[in-house]
Design a protein around this ligand. Sequence first.
Ligand code: SAM
Length: 204
Amino acid sequence: MPKAWIQERKKDYYYKKAKEEKYRSRAVYKLFQAVKKYKFIGKGDTVVDLGAAPGGWIQAASKIVGKEGFVLGVDLKPIDTFSRDNIHTIVGNINDEETLEQILKILPEKADVVISDVSPNISGIWEVDHARQIDLAERSLEIALDILRPSGNFFVKVFQGDMLNDFVEKVEKHFRIVKIFKPKASRAKSSEMFVLGLFLKQGS
Ligand SMILES: C[S@@+](CC[C@H](N)C(=O)[O-])C[C@H]1O[C@@H](n2cnc3c(N)ncnc32)[C@H](O)[C@@H]1O
């Protein structure tokens, strides 16, 4: 990691807050802020978190759903275990059918919410990173359509760019309400945004 980037991170408000509050990533605040505004995860929900390592969003989701809820995290990388027994994690590539089969096997019931913060390795070439991010967001949408209950919700990271509109249209086909959201905790200079699909339509 470049030294300047590490120094900048150490000064970052949400980075420090995450350390103090013992969260695994500063990204937790993006999820908390989005849920506070749109209330798309509730107590007792079953949540599937795609691209979940190191586990910040899992911690946030688990706090929101409480003891009656269930959170399943999926990532290419292994995720350190949690003390709560309503959290389960698997190592897998979301592009592999096998990973979807594993998710379906573990879920106690259809999911109420699918959240995806999945990100490719950043190349620094804007068009490449945008296209890769949209690919992963589309795969996250496919998985969501397979595992969500009717009226379930979907929240996914995207990067701004010319493929974003087409992706948003796809989400609009399947969800009754679609919002695009940039949480305060998302760095202003980052092209990251989140697409939220609320209330999966019947027959999707
Ligand atoms: C920004 S991080 C997620 C941070 C997480 N939300 C948190 O709060 O701790 C993105 C993750 O996506 C994962 N990822 C990238 N491509 C993936 C794929 N094809 N399948 C599964 N996970 C993937 C990466 O390994 C990385 O851990």
